[in-house]
Write a protein of this length. Sequence first.
Length: 184
Amino acid sequence: MAFFLEKMKKPQNVKKLLENLKIQPNMKILDYACGPGIYTIPAAKMVGSDGFVYCADINPEAEKYIKNKIQKNGLLNVKIQITDWKLSILDEEIDIVLLFDAIHVLKNREKVLREIHRVLKPRGILAVEIHHISLDEGIIKVKSVKDNEKNKNLFKVHKCNLSNDPALPRLVLFSKELTKLSQN
């Protein structure tokens, strides 16, 4: 489905959405459920050669698409991982995680969100683009994941809908509620 959606996403809207997230040079970004790299490649250009973009998807076809785009754009700051949830990224390395048009279909949602929490810096942001479900349902899907031992939410809502532009999708930004998870 994401591969079909690539044709529907206008490059200027993709760029505007990423600019609204305040992506800067030198940042480290994770594009989780990246599909064909609709956001991966523009983000890689925005962070520049001193930044880095990790992208992860469960579909092996994503790797083929993204590797082709990386080569076509001459990018050296992108790494793709095919995974259902586990990431090969150091703890607290990522400034911004993009989880776009995926929260409603994520398999292993709790594991994925725990893993995102692990790699996100203490002041990092999880940006969730919500489609196909209500905004409230999307927020609940993120906020309902709790630390096993402390029974506290991993994430809290930081901001909703960064833009009044109807061409841009509904976006919710989350920040870390807990800095560290229990070992369970």
